[in-house]
Design a protein around this ligand. Structure first.
Ligand SMILES: C[S@@+](CC[C@H](N)C(=O)[O-])C[C@H]1O[C@@H](n2cnc3c(N)ncnc32)[C@H](O)[C@@H]1O
Length: 302
């Protein structure tokens, strides 16, 4: 690692100098400035075990050599464009820490819109709620909801053994594993095997929805490292929803069961038609915090 800035990197650097070096190195890899700054803060907090304000207070303090070496090792992995969350083995979603690593999708901030919509639905009920999630990944959605609502029980399908492993770990870490039935199977096979006694109030999914030709243009961190199975769904990105919409009518649901699915850019209208044709009504589209249409909801009647 060549020297960069006033300190003799990776030795004899203050926290402030180490941060500047980290940012400059990421910029050199082609990572955009705001992302580089954010990653530098996360990496420093992870390595030093100090909170953001403690790092600021100690800006002029010399960083222990072991910590500089740990930062240098992180930068080596980022040079290969391994996502920072995989390197650190963790990320945050809805304010909760989730274990992540190769084989599982890194939960995205956009998905908090789906969690918010589901929370409103669950809050509005005065009895216990049973939800079904298809494609649990790290458990970001289902574990967050179970943590928020002690009266909630959930069944979740996940086809990838690596992703199911992370989901299990996260459910245990957040103390909700007893209320989660995680089925490590293709939902196309598994849904038909569910006992009729499973009646659901809420159907959720953030499925793979990226069209094949769009996938090629994704950031190297995404297309080179995150699981394709979690991202790509056929030529128009709607393959997963078509199958899901077909299977849903065969499932046991309570009288006012709701459906909520996340979708990608430009897919809202097609999805409204698709689920409308499957008998779902009162269909609404919610936008994410960036103002982009992101979640289709239906409150019942099918
Ligand atoms: C976009 S990721 C969402 C993960 C997580 N729910 C989240 O929001 O971060 C979609 C997930 O669906 C899973 N998946 C894809 N096809 C599946 C199938 N046929 N049956 C069950 N899970 C599937 C993928 O492995 C992946 O974990």
């Amino acid at each position: 690692m060549s020297s960069n800035g006033p300190c003799d990197w990776p030795q004899k650097c203050t926290y402030e100098e180490a941060r500047a070096h980290f940012v400059a190195t990421l910029l050199g890899f082609g990572i955009e400035q705001q992302e580089a700054r954010c990653e530098a803060d996360l990496a420093l907090q992870h390595v030093t075990k100090l909170a953001a304000h403690e790092l600021l207070l100690n800006a002029k303090t010399r960083l222990p050599d072991a910590d500089s070496q740990a930062l240098a090792a992180i930068l080596e992995k980022r040079r290969k464009r391994v996502p920072l969350q995989y390197v650190l083995g963790e990320t945050y979603f809805c304010g909760l820490k989730f274990a992540v690593g190769p084989g599982v999708l890194i939960p995205r901030g956009d998905t908090e819109t789906l969690v918010l919509a589901a929370s409103e639905f669950i809050k509005g009920r005065d009895i216990s709620t049973s939800l079904l999630e298809v494609g649990a990944g790290s458990g970001a959605i289902v574990v967050t909801l179970l943590k928020l609502f002690p009266q909630l029980v959930a069944t979740a399908f996940e086809i990838s053994p690596q992703a199911a492993h992370f989901c299990r770990v996260n459910a245990i870490c957040h103390g909700v594993a007893e209320r989660l039935t995680l089925i490590e199977d293709d939902y196309l096979e598994g849904l038909a095997k569910l006992a009729p006694s499973n009646r659901f109030d809420l159907f959720l999914s953030n499925p793979p929805y990226i069209p094949i030709d769009v996938a090629a243009g994704l950031a190297p961190e995404v297309i080179g490292h995150e699981p394709r199975l979690a991202l790509v769904a056929g030529v128009d990105g709607l393959g997963f929803y078509r199958n899901f919409a077909k299977l849903l009518p065969g499932l046991e649901a309570t009288a006012h069961a709701a459906l909520m699915v996340e979708f990608g850019d430009g897919q809202g209208e097609s999805l409204t038609d698709l689920f409308g044709e499957s008998g779902w009504c009162d269909l609404h589209i919610l936008s994410d915090l960036g103002g982009r249409p992101r979640v289709l909801t239906s409150s019942g009647c099918r």
